[in-house]
Design a protein around this ligand. Structure first.
Ligand SMILES: Cc1ncc(COP(=O)(O)O)c(C=O)c1O
Length: 411
């Protein structure tokens, strides 16, 4: 029996084939032809339900606004809408339009963007139902001119950040001055500007980084404490938006985020205010629900390194190259049974190389893996968030197809 850190009842080998949500991934990839993302609809709902239970445990009124920047595949968004479990956080006019096209009412959409233009604001002005979080003094001034009388949130910057593995690249706030939100020293001016502009500031918003797990929960608790100062400055606070950033395990030593501890921190810090609590996770909802299926195009040793080349590159799943996020490649069909194929003596150190002409286009290096042959299928796990959504056609390589797996159906 091999104990894979990533295995779950809905993601595991059955005899020698990898299944997601009951679907044989290699067979689905062969039918799709070429690089393909597969997303498990059931896993997305499990993630949403687990998060909702944790929010319910705070005893506070709450709302989940899925950050669609993580994954905007229309069938997936429609599936989420049908579940009734979440609204949307959008960060561009195109995302707003897309959310509406996928069935979300504007009252279910919040807008948290940066460096917004007048053209962006003109779109929002036509949608009075959308909740807007302002992230600069300039934005507050312009909101006041375009939409006086509107209730808004202010995105604040507590000058503290959290991110997966304390990776600085994943922190949106911290020692280094960042572009996001309004700092403490400008907050009074922001409130005064809003008052003069005829805007009502009903809430604060903060998003301080991505991928935090249990090791970062203490730091996240300090962020919450710091953000109470901002809430204390409002006349009649109605809501606090905690942003996204909840992480998922990437390596064997990671544990799933302790949602009991997470919700206890929220309760301790905010239940006394009588406010609603909103969260806008992206990755936590979709990342571990998706895999990217690639085919081995090259199995060859160069000097002392065994390369498995694959038919997609960092243009399809950029996070390992961009953020140094660990990537988990898993053969989708084993040449023998699981125990034999994954026996330590059978594994070979291999480097998984993409098909983009850039030296950093390596998904994993010197990873002990079962032997694969050219033509075999490989699954990259945790590809449900910030992969397809950030894809490019660098080197004129085509994007991968996307597919929603439902019970017994591939959409
Ligand atoms: C404002 C805001 N909210 C939510 C998110 C979602 O973050 P995550 O996918 O880490 O939950 C992001 C991501 O960049 C963001 O910028």
């Amino acid at each position: 029996m091999v104990d894979f850190w990533w295995a779950r009842p809905d993601l595991r080998y059955v005899s020698n084939r990898l299944l997601l949500g009951g679907h044989d991934l290699a067979a689905a990839a062969a039918a799709a032809g070429g690089p393909a993302f597969f997303y498990s609809g059931e896993r997305v709902l499990d993630n949403l339900r687990r998060l909702k239970r944790a929010l319910d445990a705070t005893g506070m009124d709450s709302s989940i606004r899925y950050a669609m920047k993580a994954n905007r595949f229309a069938p997936l968004l429609t599936w989420m809408k049908m579940s009734g479990l979440c609204g949307i956080d959008a960060c561009s006019p195109a995302e707003v339009r897309h959310a509406v096209q996928c069935g979300f009412d504007t009252a279910e959409i919040s807008y948290t963007a940066t460096s917004v233009s007048d053209a962006d604001l003109a779109v929002l002005a036509r949608q009075p139902g959308i909740w807007i979080n302002a992230d600069s003094l300039s934005m507050i001034r312009r909101l006041g001119r375009l939409m006086p009388g509107r209730s808004i949130g202010i995105r604040v910057n507590p000058a503290m950040g959290v991110g997966y593995g304390d990776n600085d690249l994943l922190c949106y706030s911290g020692d280094r001055t960042s572009k996001f939100g309004i700092y403490r020293e400008q907050f009074t001016e922001a409130l005064e500007l809003a008052r003069q502009a005829g805007l009502t500031v009903d809430g604060i918003h903060f998003h301080v980084g991505c991928g935090y797990l249990n090791a970062q929960l203490d730091a996240w608790g300090s962020v919450l404490r710091e953000c109470r100062w901002f809430l204390d400055q409002l006349d009649r606070p109605r809501l606090v938006n905690l942003g996204g950033g909840l992480g998922v395990p990437h390596v064997a030593t990671d544990r799933p985020l302790d949602l009991d501890a997470w919700s206890a921190l929220i309760r301790q810090n905010f239940s006394g205010y009588g406010v609603s609590v909103w969260v806008e996770p992206g990755d936590y909802i979709v990342k571990d629900a998706g895999v990217l299926m690639l085919q081995v195009t090259l199995a060859e040793e160069k000097r002392n390194t065994l390369f498995y080349g694959v038919d997609g590159g960092f243009n399809l799943a950029i996070e390992p190259a961009f953020y140094n996020l660990p990537c988990e490649p898993v053969p989708a069909v084993l040449n023998t049974d699981v125990a034999e194929a994954w026996a330590p003596s059978a594994l070979k150190q291999a480097t998984i190389a993409g098909n983009i002409n850039e030296a950093l286009d390596l998904f994993a290096q010197n990873r002990p893996l079962p032997v694969m042959r050219e033509g075999d299928y490989l699954a990259l796990l945790n590809a449900g968030g910030y992969a397809a959504a950030m894809a490019s056609n660098h080197c004129m390589r085509s994007p991968a197809t996307e597919h929603l797996l439902l019970q017994g159906v591939v959409a």
